[in-house]
Ligand binder design. Structure first.
Ligand SMILES: C[S@@+](CC[C@H](N)C(=O)[O-])C[C@H]1O[C@@H](n2cnc3c(N)ncnc32)[C@H](O)[C@@H]1O
Length: 410
């Protein structure tokens, strides 16, 4: 006689023998949540590379794999509906204020009849749309000269941006950065970017005494893990030697060779003009300060930092703070201004004045004024977007006294 499951002391074992687990459809929810279509492809790549890949390769795939990368996939949400909020998504005032800077650059360049406005890494397209909206309404002569170009690394993003700009009636050239770099003639104008360089893949390094190690990505039974090894390229040590700096002993750090290369390539296309790079980052001496122990790499999902940058590859946004010293050095032939914070730049471009004007509408539309004021605060928050920095570079054009660099309270 078979004992009933209720009375048999080995009831659970007996039922496991008798029924296939799949009959119950009970999966390991944690494993399912962390499994992404990219994970097996990364594991295969690691295997094919002899057991490990560099973090720059991992991050390149996690963000940019043609099908499953965070930035390359279809249907990426931005702003509140996405994983993080950038300044152009907070409020169009961000783009309106930078359009004022674009206008001043055009004037400083002698009001050329053809003037390139190149944005790199354009997200939803909100930044370019706001800049063109302001120029069309407030600076029609400059608007007539502007030839807008939107560059992105991913075809799906370009398609979204094209739709966004066409919806507002703007004609814009859209191109993959690599295509534009290969074919474009040198331009006179402005190259502007917001949080572009901080989304480019980095090498991870760790200093141990006098030696630098590289942090690779390996896997253990299909789960990604870090493993240290020798430097994969002499360019890493060469960069630290050029900077005359090292990460602190025992500290982790990132090194953005791709960001410096992107800056070199993009600035090589500027005959005369300005490059305005708005990004999270520090001068190298602060980025590699000895007290910084864990580097700046962050993973985000739904506006929350995630503990493991290797988890859910392709589903998390990955970002680092940029080394502005190396970015400026990569822009050959350009003069660089001292960095200013986003809060300082936006105030210099007239955020305070814009709010005063908006306040005159407060009695007519209190809700809208409250939203505008809240947006201004968010853009300038010292612990948030306000601490983003602006690197202004100029070639064949005056940099001194550029509007975004002028101290407001001087
Ligand atoms: C952090 S998002 C910033 C988006 C937008 N600038 C904003 O502020 O909302 C980074 C952007 O850079 C783009 N990107 C990534 N690699 C790129 C590359 N090699 N060239 C141009 N854009 C790239 C991404 O597709 C995305 O649009």
């Amino acid at each position: 006689m078979t004992a009933s499951p209720e009375t048999h002391p080995d009831a659970l074992e007996a039922s496991a023998d008798d029924f296939a687990l799949d009959d119950f459809g009970l999966a390991d929810e944690f494993a399912l949540a962390t499994q992404t279509p990219l994970l097996p492809l990364l594991v295969a790549r690691i295997e094919a590379s002899g057991g490990r890949i560099t973090f720059v390769e991992f991050m390149g795939d996690a963000l940019g794999h043609p099908e499953h990368g965070y930035y390359s996939r279809t249907g990426l949400a931005w702003g509140r509906d996405g994983d993080y909020e950038t300044s152009p998504e907070v409020h169009p005032i961000f783009g309106y204020l930078w359009a004022r800077q674009v206008l001043e650059c055009w004037q400083r360049l002698g009001e050329p009849s053809v003037f390139a406005l190149v944005e790199v890494g354009c997200g939803s397209g909100a930044f370019m749309r706001a800049m063109l909206t302001w120029l069309r309404a407030r600076a029609p002569r400059c608007f007539a000269a502007v030839r807008p170009v939107m560059l992105d690394g991913h075809a799906n993003r370009l398609a979204d941006q094209r739709a966004h700009l066409a919806g507002a009636g703007f004609e814009v050239e859209h191109a993959l950065t690599s295509d534009w770099l290969a074919r474009a003639k040198r331009v006179t104008g402005v190259v502007i970017s917001n949080e572009f360089f901080d989304a480019l893949p980095v090498h991870l390094v760790r200093r141990e005494g006098e030696r630098l190690f590289e942090r690779y990505v390996t896997h253990e039974d299909g789960t990604l893990a870090f493993a240290d090894g020798p430097l994969s390229t002499p360019a890493i040590a060469a960069t630290f030697a050029r900077l005359g700096l090292q990460p602190g002993d025992g500290a982790l750090a990132e090194i953005g060779l791709a960001a410096a290369e992107a800056m070199r390539a993009i600035t090589s296309k500027v005959e005369r003009g300005y490059v305005l790079s708005i990004d999270y980052g520090y001068p190298a001496r602060d980025l590699y300060a000895s007290w910084r122990r864990q580097g700046t790499l962050m993973a985000f999902r739904r506006h929350s930092p995630q503990p493991d940058p290797l988890a859910e590859p392709g589903r998390l946004d990955l970002t680092v703070h940029v080394d502005f010293t190396s970015l400026a050095a990569a822009a050959e032939g350009f003069e660089a201004a001292s960095l200013v914070s986003q809060a300082e730049a936006l105030m210099a471009l007239g955020l305070g004045e814009a709010l005063r004007t908006a306040s005159q509408r407060a009695s007519a539309d209190a809700q809208r004024f409250a939203a505008d004021r809240r947006a201004a605060e968010v853009l300038c928050e010292p612990e948030g977007l306000g601490r983003i920095r602006v690197l202004a570079l100029a070639k064949g054009a005056p940099l001194d006294g550029l509007r975004c660099l002028r101290p407001v309270l001087a």
